[in-house]
Design a protein around this ligand. Sequence first.
Ligand code: C5P
Length: 221
Amino acid sequence: MAVALIVAAGRGERLGSGRPKALVSLGGRPMLAWSVAALRSVAAVQAIVVALPADALDGAPEGTRAVAGGEHRAHSVRAALRAGAGDPVIVHDAARPLAAPALFEQALDELALSPEADAVIAAAPVTDTIKEVSADGRTVARTLHRARLWAVQTPQVFRRAALEHALDVPDSELARATDDAGLVEAAGGVVHVVGSDPGNLKITTREDLRLAELILAERGG
Ligand code: C5P
């Protein structure tokens, strides 16, 4: 049975709400509650662990296990992983409250059907052309071939041994990681993608929050 880790220990300073981003109100409940509700309706999920700021552990919804997050995102993932038994492991950002239960199920199904894969991640093909810019911040170094570029999101689903191995690196390396699947790749693992839906947006700014409110209102949520 699967365990779900929700990382919610970011301060969310760009939202400027004065409280952890995961606990900011969205559609009448804390942002974190949306991910918990989605995961509760996924049959394979046996437990949910939530990494929160150490001074906000009482913000964990009932029935979830709260752990103190770390300085960087991957440290929070590692702390949550240690607190929850289960295989495979679903990692999800509280900052993506609109992920649908079907997306978690799709990722779990793809992992179950792909013995060669160590992880499956939700991702969306990019619609903008992406250029690499030189260190001077103003000169284009090259243009990447868009047809093969995907923007990576969560959920990300892992075989437990692969995630444990990938996170078993020095803290400084974890500090640089923006994505757990990248750590699995660095350890030589195989990562598959499943196409995500465009509604799985990441809340960073107040504008994102307003957009999420609109999407929820349209969904009748
Ligand atoms: O900062 P950002 O929005 O990229 O963070 C992505 C997710 O990681 C958020 O849900 C945030 O709460 C979480 N996070 C964490 N621990 C940290 C930093 C971020 O759990 N130290």
